[in-house]
Design a protein around this ligand. Structure first.
Ligand code: FAD
Length: 458
């Protein structure tokens, strides 16, 4: 990777020039990196603070334990990433990512059976999360207004109550111990510290309410292992879905850089895949279709088996807070994290970044008294569809805990079952289904007359 060239530098011009403005991003994972990219267009300096040290090459690190598991990038996310980092798709393919047609090149054994396959032009890149994060970081480091501070943990907010209650910096703990409490000054602080964000507690310490939280938990667990892709294996993905009432288990083969497969097995309602070799293979053999297990027999494992269990959907509703100080916003998993099986997390982080970009631009043309609050409201609107999709699917399982959706949502679930049945044979319906699942089209496209007619009559 070290000789890899980045053909398309991030533009080094500001969309607005406001002297000496400094933004500080907390958390150097996908959401933090995307936020930093957006802030470079609006602030003179952007500093990203990350608790971990960063590896020189694409590799795991403790702050992102999910790094070894399959990370599908939805088409909506890919489009936003390409917009923020022009040339990204091409660069990642050059670095070994696999370009697949999401319909032609995926064998998808859905709840209803095998979905039809056709060349759809809906092409996505498949690579590990490790490569993607490393790539985004390198692109940002190309810009001399971007400063990365690894080994630096955010511990709280610096706050001024006069003239307007405002966050003016971040308190830190660095790898080097000092007697005084270090801090860094900021005109804007962006919290991207993920699921375990301490922002609610930091706000409470300043006398603010904590955001209300919603949780929906289907008790899903993952176990993942990397394999060398056999030389004669076609570059394709495989998904074997679980099915309520029949089998709680599912699996995916995800082709990535270095001629590897990431194989992730999942089990819902506490039926989790084990981390020992024999147990992993037995679990793979127990899926609803033998294809994944048969393919594993032909491939050589090249990693340990990694498990992950904290998968509940969790939404911190900052948009519902009556009061929030100026100078701080939150995005990514720090606001909303999803059951990972639907592959929405990185795309939700991208939606957060693009919403931040829009709000900063709007604030330039029409300054708002509290644009940060406006941002949290806009972000909540953007997150609503993926949230309803993820939690709606999770509530198919009677064992899922959380506030159940109402009658209308339950009826819609029945309609979506019909869509899946039609996707076994209808190219048009399958295409619409994939576009909705990838968040590039709203769910309403599934109700357009041609599809509705098929759903009601076939
Ligand atoms: C098992 C699993 C599989 C997944 N699969 C997919 C998938 O297929 N597709 C998809 O799009 N998404 C997937 N996701 C979700 C995805 O990983 C996240 O949504 C995405 O990484 C964005 O997260 P984030 O950047 O907000 O937070 P995180 O990735 O959690 O990163 C938070 C960062 O903040 C740092 N940090 C934490 N506290 C501090 C502090 N006090 N000071 C400084 N730094 C701090 C951490 O070290 C870390 O680097 C999956 C998640 C899991 C758990």
């Amino acid at each position: 990777m070290s000789g890899f060239q980045f053909p398309s530098p991030i533009p080094n011009t500001l969309e607005s020039r406001q002297a000496n403005r400094h933004a500080v991003v907390l958390g150097g994972s996908i959401a933090g990196l995307l936020a930093a990219r957006v802030l470079l267009d609006h602030f003179d300096r952007v500093t990203l603070l990350e608790r971990d040290q960063f590896p020189m090459q694409p590799a795991s690190r403790p702050g992102v334990p999910q790094g070894q598991h399959v990370h599908g990038l939805l088409l909506q996310g890919q489009q936003i990433l390409e917009q923020l980092f022009p040339g990204l798709v091409e660069d990642l393919i050059e670095a070994g990512a696999i370009s697949l047609d999401w319909i032609a090149d995926w064998k998808f054994f859905s709840m209803e059976g095998w979905l039809e396959q056709h060349a759809s032009g809906l092409r996505g890149i498949c690579c590990s999360r490790l490569l993607l994060e490393w790539y985004l970081r390198q692109r940002l480091l190309d810009n001399d207004r971007f400063h990365l501070q690894p080994g630096c943990s955010a511990q709280g907010l610096v706050f001024e109550s006069q003239p307007t209650p405002r966050v003016t910096g971040v308190m830190l703990r660095t790898a080097v111990e000092t007697s005084d409490k270090p801090s860094i000054a900021a005109d804007l602080v962006v919290d991207a510290t993920g699921r375990h964000s301490k922002l609610p507690q930091w706000l409470a310490a300043l006398g603010y309410e904590k955001p209300p939280e919603t949780q929906v938990n289907s008790f899903l667990g993952y176990a993942s292992r990397w394999y060398r892709r056999p030389n004669d294996a076609v570059a394709q993905g495989v998904i074997i879905a679980s099915k309520p009432g029949e089998c709680k288990r599912g699996g995916v083969i995800y082709p990535v850089e270095g001629n590897c497969w990431i194989v992730t097995l999942s089990g819902i309602a506490g039926d989790h895949p084990p981390s020992d070799e024999a147990g992993f293979m037995e679990f793979a053999q127990s899926l609803r279709h033998p294809m994944l297990y048969d393919l594993l027999q032909t491939a050589e494992p090249c990693s340990a088996i990694h498990c992950y269990r904290r998968t509940e959907n969790q939404w911190r509703h900052y948009e519902q807070l009556l009061a929030m100080p100026r100078g701080v916003v939150a995005l990514g998993d720090a606001v909303c994290c999803f059951n990972p099986i639907y592959g929405q997390g990185m795309t939700a982080a991208a939606l957060g970044a693009i919403t931040l970009k829009q709000c900063l631009q709007d604030n330039q043309t029409r300054p708002q008294s509290h644009w940060e609050k406006h941002f949290q409201g806009q972000l909540a609107k953007a997150l609503n569809t993926p949230w309803l999709m993820a939690t709606g699917e999770d509530f198919r399982w009677s064992t899922t805990e959380g506030k159940r959706p109402g009658w209308v949502a339950r009826q819609l679930q029945g309609y979506f079952d019909r869509i899946l049945q039609l996707s076994l044979t209808s190219a048009e319906t399958h295409r619409a289904f994939i576009q909705v699942a990838h968040l590039v089209k709203p769910p309403t496209v599934l109700f357009k007359p041609a599809i509705l007619w098929q759903a009601l009559t076939q």
